[in-house]
Design a protein around this ligand. Structure first.
Ligand code: ADP
Ligand code: MG
Length: 284
């Protein structure tokens, strides 16, 4: 079988006619360069932020408030972990911030675009162009090789992967010898690194990962965490990762703690020990 070379594939025809610029408000491109110009704004620019978001599932007596007035910013080029007890709203937060779910109240921004203003079609395009998502269960297409899985989002978008970038991502993920294998021929750790490469190859504004090491043994988990850390340090990628594991959170630059759908703490420069200590005080 001939090796799959995504950069040589012809573009798929005319699926995309709205550019990401067209979905943004006026000033989209200009405002991305304005951070700090006023002399007031000294913090790093937020790749994504939530402003007073709530998410209520169902109505009436059976309704569940999964997120309750959450405001949080994720700065560019940082690796943030989100932790909290089971049911505290971590997955809901990620889904809402990634545009996979709609909020009940409040605003979600990716860069300078507020997701609530977008039509479903515009949201799909924004997600495709600007958001990477890594699921606990990998979610690869079983009939495609690793290389084809990695390039799939770009091909759907009608974009040709930049070959040098594709090679760097494949190198960073440590999968060079495994690219022609299908998911069933790969270990869990390899499959998750394929999913990581798939998220990274489109150079998204932000990658959300929901318990990406949850199905992996400690060695495979450490490799995945190493890959995410390098993506931030070497490529400037912004990553937000939900995890239960204090060791995983110790790889991040920051930990946001949720409980009962609210942000209850925010820790800079976490270590596994500090995170474990903080978790003990959740009292459950
Ligand atoms: P976590 O990821 O922290 O475990 P989730 O965000 O999955 O928490 O869930 C937060 C709360 O919202 C839980 O009480 C959960 O049962 C509820 N929930 C999540 N998704 C749905 C849904 N689709 N319908 C109804 N309730 C939901
Ligand atoms: Mg969850």
């Amino acid at each position: 079988m001939q090796a799959f070379r995504p950069w040589e594939n012809p573009l798929s025809s005319g699926t995309l006619e709205i550019s990401p610029v067209a979905v943004g408000p006026p000033g989209w491109e200009v405002s991305t360069m304005s951070a700090g110009e006023s002399g007031v704004q000294t913090r790093a620019r937020a790749a994504s932020r939530a402003v007073g978001i709530s998410r209520v599932y169902g109505t009436g007596d059976t309704s569940v408030t999964a997120l309750d007035d959450v405001s949080v910013e994720f700065e560019e080029g940082r690796f943030t972990a989100v932790m909290g007890p089971s049911g505290s709203g971590k997955s809901t937060l990620l889904h809402c911030m990634a545009g996979l779910d709609r909020v009940t109240a409040g605003e979600v921004w990716i860069g300078d675009v507020e997701l609530g203003r977008l039509s479903d079609r515009q949201l799909t395009i924004l997600r495709r162009e600007q958001v990477g998502f890594v699921f606990q269960a990998y979610n690869l297409l079983p009939t495609l090789t690793a290389a084809e899985n990695i390039a799939l989002p770009l091909r759907i978008a009608g974009r040709r992967p930049d070959r040098a970038w594709y090679d760097r991502v494949v190198g960073a993920v440590g999968l060079r010898g495994r690219l022609e294998h299908r998911p069933s021929e790969l270990s869990g750790g390899e499959q998750q690194r394929v999913a990581g490469a798939r998220a990274l190859v489109a150079k998204p504004t932000i990658i959300f990962a929901d318990e990406p090491t949850g199905n992996l043994d400690s060695v495979a988990g450490a490799e995945m965490l190493g890959f995410m850390r390098r993506s931030v340090d070497e490529f400037g990628q912004t990553i937000v990762m939900v995890t239960h594991d204090p060791n995983a959170a110790g790889h991040a630059d920051r930990v946001v703690f949720l409980a009962d759908g609210r942000v209850v703490d925010d820790m800079a420069e976490p270590t596994a020990e500090l995170v474990l200590d903080r978790m003990k005080r959740f009292g459950d």
